[in-house]
Design a protein around this ligand. Structure first.
Ligand code: NAP
Length: 331
């Protein structure tokens, strides 16, 4: 689609291309809102489609009793949205002017688009250690993951030794979850004290399948087809060691993709979008809604993202139908 065509005034612009974005698009398209989706320009670490593009088998998305590959699920969601008339472009929105109505949005190619309503669904990225082999084995299903709840139950991880990297609540939760499948779970933490809440730390430390490698940094992920070991470095003594594992779960936090929203809408202290009313997706700016991981620092599941995508589209439709836009002054 050429830039010329999208200088139109759109009823709803959706930013993102994960489950939240495509579900919002499906609902908006079926409601005759002709959604326009900015799927993202893609980069070395993020491709349109979101985090599921980095996942292999998804076994907890309802409707697929034999499981579904993450990228296949995203293709299906996208095609479903397009089949109802959704239009899309592979560009990022880099700026939104909330002071003007209709909202004025600018993309990374300097394309401008006007929007009566906006749905933010840019997601969050799991943080990675940034090691060679890590991303490759995560993408190939080689035993490296940033989501224990998504991947932990896969056959590959059963009955063996798994590593969890991190010392926060996510790492504790992941380690405890993985004890259901693993023979042993080794938490690798770079300090001698967990950041996690006391209750979560104690629960993990008390579990007979969990042990901790304190003061250790992972310096290398070893393995060709699948992970076989980790190279560790002691942060105190500098000593280097090798640890045999069949899986590595990175749990060192997430970063919401909200950099372009600074000063546009209210963000929480941790950078996620603030949606002030429970069970609503409207942000601090009426007419701008948020769905999926960009506003959810708690559940972060594909199915919850899809659910909030549906909510955002319904809210945008109702907001427009009930004259919400009248509260904004048009130039
Ligand atoms: P977090 O609290 O930021 O913890 C991240 C952990 O990863 C820290 O221990 C940190 O080490 C470590 N880390 C960060 N970068 C690293 C690196 N490059 N190499 C090695 N280690 C690294 O993140 P989170 O655990 O995802 O939790 C995020 C928020 O969600 C928290 O508020 C948490 O309480 C909440 N949460 C709650 C629950 C629950 O209540 N059930 C479950 C999950 C998350 P340092 O400690 O040395 O900085």
């Amino acid at each position: 689609m050429s830039n010329q065509e999208i200088r139109e005034r759109e009823t709803v612009v959706i930013i993102g291309s994960g489950p939240a974005a495509w579900t919002a698009a499906i609902y908006a398209a079926r409601a005759q809102m002709k959604p326009f989706v900015f799927e993202g320009a893609g980069s070395r670490t993020m491709i349109p489609g979101g985090q599921l593009m980095f996942t292999t088998e998804v076994e907890n998305y309802p409707g697929f009793r034999a499981g579904v590959m993450g990228p296949d699920l995203m293709v299906e969601m996208r095609e479903q949205a397009l089949s109802f008339g959704t239009r899309s472009i592979w560009e990022d929105i880099v700026d939104i002017d909330p002071g003007q109505y209709p909202f004025r949005l600018r993309s990374n190619t300097d394309t401008e688009v006007l929007a009566d309503s906006v749905i933010l669904a840019t997601g969050a990225n799991a943080k990675w250690l940034g090691l060679e082999n890590e991303e490759r084995l995560a993408q190939s299903g080689g035993g490296v993951s940033a989501c224990a709840v998504c991947d932990g139950a896969l056959p590959h991880f059963r009955g063996d030794t798994l590593a969890v990297i991190g010392g926060g609540d996510s790492a504790m939760e992941d380690a405890l979850y993985l004890t259901k499948f693993a023979e042993q779970v080794i938490v690798i933490h770079r300090r001698d004290k967990f950041r996690a809440s006391r209750i979560m730390s104690e629960r993990a430390l008390a579990h007979d399948k969990i042990r901790v490698e304190w003061n250790k940094l992972v310096t290398e992920v070893i393995g060709n087809e699948t992970i076989t070991a980790l190279r560790l470095q002691d942060t105190v003594s500098g000593e280097v060691s090798e640890l045999e594992v069949r899986g590595m779960f990175v749990a060192i936090g997430h970063t919401p993709n909200t950099g372009f929203l600074n000063g546009v809408i209210e963000l929480k202290e941790n950078g996620y979008v603030q949606t002030p009313t429970a069970w609503r997706t409207e942000t601090s700016v009426p007419g701008i809604f948020a769905a999926g991981d960009v506003m959810d620092d708690y559940f972060r599941q594909a199915v919850t993202a899809a659910g909030t995508g549906c909510m955002a589209a319904l809210e945008a439709e109702r907001w427009l139908a009930h004259g919400g836009a009248k509260g904004h002054e048009e130039p």
